[in-house]
Ligand binder design. Structure first.
Ligand SMILES: Nc1ncnc2c1ncn2[C@@H]1O[C@H](COP(=O)(O)OP(=O)(O)OP(=O)(O)O)[C@@H](O)[C@H]1O
Length: 293
């Protein structure tokens, strides 16, 4: 069952491209990672899904309802963390949390208290006294206190220290085990690899790959390290060449026998052939590699 679905969803800000023809499906129970470079359209997609801005073309659904038609009822069952946190000045943390709880029509006090303790957030402080990370924690409490069935999180871990990031993902895992669906945007590839079951990669407003994280990581390319030489004759399938004091390394996606033949006359000190990291694979997509859906 789809919790989020978009078909040809497009947004132009005047002449400037936001997103272009985005087809996306997020199923119930997914922890879906949405990854892409700066300006690729992640926040635009999220704002469209939440009905905060309107699309130029195409359609989208959340909980099987048109994102242009639904209003406050659906939002009550969504926890949203915006990429930038802004609060009314002069309010205390506890006032912000209780103000946001009024949107949900649910009793959230106990859960909010637990979350503040868990993230070491002093609820008596004024919001303008808080550091960036602590402001992010306020957004986390606001988005999680009503235990919604869908979380839409725009770069939720930016500004959090590593311990708090870990705690945050523990919370995501718990809520996901309880049945919630999570859609989160991130720049951090390792987060996607560790915590998401599916991911979409967006570049210049277009979805260029969307699959399980396992499938996205699965590639024929290998990282070949040749020690003791400075150069190699180019053969088909060699890409992303790096040289250092010890030798040369590159990604290879051609026929392995062809590679071995081309190495026979070289005076190598050593050779290793390893799987490329997920970072390398994603960077390949970011930089204009093959598209696959
Ligand atoms: N209000 C706006 N007016 C005009 N252009 C906009 C507006 N908001 C976004 N854009 C443009 O839309 C494109 C996508 O921006 P968006 O903020 O969605 O990207 P993003 O992937 O979230 O980026 P980042 O990782 O830097 O937050 C960019 O080219 C941006 O300049």
């Amino acid at each position: 069952m789809n919790i989020i679905k978009t078909e040809g969803l497009t947004k132009y800000y005047g002449r400037s491209r936001g997103i272009d023809n985005l087809d996306l499906e997020v199923k119930k129970g997914d922890v879906f990672g949405f990854i892409g470079p700066n300006g690729s359209g992640k926040s635009t997609t999220i704002r469209l899904l939440l009905g905060l801005i309107s699309s130029s073309k195409g359609k989208g659904e959340i909980f099987a309802e048109d994102i242009k038609k639904y209003r406050y009822e659906n939002l009550k069952d969504i926890g949203y963390i915006p990429s930038e946190t802004m609060f009314y000045k002069g309010m205390k943390v506890k006032d912000v949390i209780s103000f946001s709880s009024k949107l949900y029509n649910r009793s959230t006090e106990t859960e909010a208290r637990k979350l503040c303790e868990r993230f070491n957030l002093d609820s008596n402080k004024k919001v303008e006294e808080l550091s960036l990370g602590n402001r992010k924690k306020v957004s986390i409490v606001c988005a999680f206190q009503h235990k919604p069935s869908l979380y839409i999180l725009d770069e939720p871990t930016s500004g959090l220290d590593p311990l708090m990031q870990k705690e945050f993902f523990e919370l995501i895992k718990e809520r996901n085990r309880e049945g919630a669906t999570v859609f989160l945007s991130s720049h951090v590839l390792s987060e996607i690899q560790l915590y998401c079951n599916r991911a979409g990669i967006i570049r210049e407003g277009k979805l260029i790959a969307c699959d399980t994280v396992a499938n996205l990581s699965n590639t024929q390319a290998k990282r070949v390290n040749l020690f003791g030489i400075k150069d190699i004759e180019y053969i088909d399938g060699i890409a992303d060449i790096h040289r250092n004091d010890r030798g040369i390394n590159f990604l290879y996606s051609g026929n392995i026998n062809t590679l071995i033949k081309s190495l026979t006359d070289l005076n190598l000190e050593d050779i290793t052939i390893t799987e490329p990291s997920l970072d390398e694979i994603f960077l390949h997509y970011y930089n204009g590699g093959d598209e696959r859906q």
